[in-house]
Design a protein around this ligand. Structure first.
Ligand code: 3PY
Ligand code: ZN
Length: 632
């Protein structure tokens, strides 16, 4: 088929080809499909129905009352113009000034990114987001932004949800043309866990902007502004909004920890402004900032930089909403919250309640609490379908002030501890996490530095290693690889550098790097990488997918293979994706604009002598039979 395509291609026929012919002519790879989309989808449904989805194996099931989430009513009128139009009209600097001129507090809804990342192990599927997206554009055009992309969502989408994160962004953009879309970008770590070459970071940012991203919240896991510059410059080139975030750690007022005092944050804020930030984010990823601290911090950063301030926190402590309200009183321009049913605990504080409280004061948000509730009801019904990923967490905990774990890491680490047989010793792990932070010289802990601290804490608790043993130059320690890499300087430099003694011990004579890790990484050769990606995927790979391959080559090729077998799975309702269908159940699946499949599951046959079962469907009124191997 490939040769046939080549021979019949008009450019080939006329001789108008270059050596880049294959790269630039994706249609060569459009072979007559062996299986049509409907069949591939039926194969997936049949397989999950017979064998289950390994992602939820052995996990709690949704309760019987789980039902289809009801999308808040919309009129399908043209949506009102919102923040997206203001950015398009005024450009990023004009937008910055517009933000500063607003009296109202601007609200970011984090439900589609940090909300589920922090509560449901990042498992929310594109289907549940895109289904409600148009309603957002119609009913909530007053929102500042939807945080809906980046952070851990990028790899989890491919790895576990078998969907393309770029499809998510492109579809949300199409359905929400009026509200800013926001992402979390880990500076040189992009959406990964390690530094990437500079041109890989630049490419990623450029593609995200092409796909519709508006606000890039850029942070560095050690608050190292030098290491944020590459990503920030890339954002500035796109003419979208560069929100440079300062990660908040420790306690602004603790005289015994003077490293992270007000002068530190103000100096960092100034530096980020000098790098071109349009907005200054305060990224309180563990939710450590209390009302007294935030008042001082917001005021100082605003006075000293003149930039709009956007405050982000987590409710692990149980009192984050108080801090958000204090931030607003102190002059924060925008704040983050999660829809009520995705709020609290390690997620963001409650959007509906914060809006209601702010509307009592002199900076009302312009948002209507009743409308918010109808969206929260939708998300509440969505959440029930993800029962398998609900954390074992019932109450806020002031213990967060001791361990300082980010909200997005907390349940993850707890799960890892359980897997190591340390479930009963969780509080010990939490205390050890604090000890490891001290051993590393008191650092900012946020992806990926937080993961390194977690690795070390788990290693020490599970192997019975004390902090004293780690410090003792005469006791040999088998440091986890991630720890060695971080102390070598692979993630960059913390303020004041790494403590020399532990660094020396971990590196065993190897010389650390002291400058930007990106300087030591060879630039990506895009043509070469595209060829590799195409080989792995066995088809043409476009620019978005190339960016996925550059971030996560193995995850991408596994995903591409899955996609080859089953097609786009984000079209399926969540219960079907995780649990398959029951006999008699019928679903309508939109596989394309105006193309809907009516799928009814009829019955599942007995396993034959080869261990295969026939699964009977009715597809748009026609009987279809799919054979699947029963793996039980
Ligand atoms: C991430 O990097 O994914 C985070 O949420 C950090 O807070
Ligand atoms: Zn967060």
């Amino acid at each position: 088929a490939f040769l046939e395509n080549v021979i019949n291609n008009p450019d080939f026929v006329t001789g108008d080809i270059t050596t880049r012919f294959i790269d630039t002519t994706p249609s060569l790879f459009h072979f007559p499909k062996r299986r049509d989309r409907a069949t591939r989808l039926l194969r997936f449904i049949a397989d999950v129905t017979v064998n289950g989805n390994p992602e939820v194996a052995g996990r709690p099931k949704p309760p019987a009352h789980a039902h289809k989430p009801v999308v808040p009513m919309t009129l399908h009128a043209d949506p009102e113009p919102g923040t997206k139009q203001i950015l398009d009209e005024k450009g990023p600097e004009g937008f910055r000034d517009w933000m500063l001129a607003q009296k109202r507090v601007l609200i970011t809804d984090t439900t589609m990114r940090d909300g589920h990342q922090s509560l449901l192990a990042t498992r929310m599927r594109t289907h549940d987001m895109v289904t409600v997206a148009e309603a957002y554009s119609q009913r909530l055009p007053q929102l500042f932004s939807l945080e809906c992309w980046g952070g851990a969502t990028f790899d989890v989408a491919m790895r576990f949800l078998k969907e393309d994160p770029w499809d998510r962004l492109i579809d949300l953009r199409e359905k929400v043309p009026n509200i800013l879309l926001q992402m979390l970008l880990r500076a040189s770590n992009a959406v990964g866990y390690t530094n990437y070459p500079d041109n890989a970071v630049q490419y990623f940012v450029e593609k995200a902007a092409d796909a519709g991203m508006d606000v890039f919240r850029v942070f560095d896991s050690l608050n190292w502004a030098d290491n944020m510059k590459v990503a920030m410059d890339a954002v500035l080139k796109t003419d979208r909004l560069c929100e440079a975030a300062i990660c908040y750690t420790g306690d602004l007022f603790d005289k015994d920890r003077p490293k992270y005092d007000l002068d530190y944050y103000v100096a960092l804020g100034r530096e980020l402004k000098s790098h071109g930030a349009h907005i200054l984010g305060i990224k309180d990823m563990a939710g450590l900032c209390r009302p007294a601290q935030i008042r001082v911090l917001v005021k100082a950063l605003k006075d000293e930089t003149g930039l709009p301030i956007h405050y982000h926190t987590h409710d692990t402590s149980g009192i984050a909403a108080a801090t958000v309200l204090a931030a607003c009183e102190a002059g924060a321009d925008a704040v983050d919250a999660a829809m009520d049913s995705f709020s609290g605990l390690t997620s963001q504080p409650n959007l509906g309640s914060i809006v209601t409280a702010l509307n009592d004061g002199d900076r009302p948000t312009g948002l209507d609490p009743a409308t918010i509730r109808s969206f929260s009801d939708y998300w509440e019904a969505v959440r029930v379908h993800y029962t398998a990923f609900e954390p074992d967490l019932r109450a806020g905990a002031s213990e967060v002030y001791l361990h300082e774990m980010p909200g997005g890491q907390f349940t993850n680490l707890k799960e890892q501890a359980r897997a190591l047989g340390l479930a009963e010793r969780w509080h010990e792990v939490a205390r050890m996490y604090a000890e490891v932070n001290k051993l590393f010289g008191d650092i900012v802990k946020v992806t990926p530095s937080s993961k390194v601290v977690g690795d070390m804490a788990l290693y020490m608790v599970s192997s019975g290693i004390t902090p004293e043993a780690v410090s003792d130059p005469n006791t040999d320690i088998a440091f986890p690889d991630s720890v060695v890499a971080m102390l070598r300087g692979d993630l960059g430099q913390p303020p004041g550098g790494w403590p020399a003694d532990i660094q020396k011990k971990a590196l065993k004579g190897e010389a650390p790097i002291l400058d930007r890790p990106g300087k030591h990484l060879a630039p990506v050769d895009f043509a070469e990488e595209r060829a590799k990606a195409q080989k792995a995927a066995q088809r043409h790979v476009g620019d978005f997918e190339l960016a996925s391959h550059i971030m996560y080559p193995k995850v991408f090729s596994d995903f591409a293979a899955f996609r080859r077998d089953y097609g786009r799975l984000d079209v399926l309702p969540t219960p079907v994706f995780f649990y398959g269908m029951k006999p008699g159940e019928e679903i309508a699946v939109d596989i394309d604009r105006g193309k809907t499949l009516a799928i009814r599951m009829m019955t599942v046959g007995e396993a034959d002598e080869k261990g295969e079962r026939e699964v009977f469907f009715d597809l748009n009124g026609q009987p279809r039979v799919i054979r699947v191997a029963d793996k039980a």
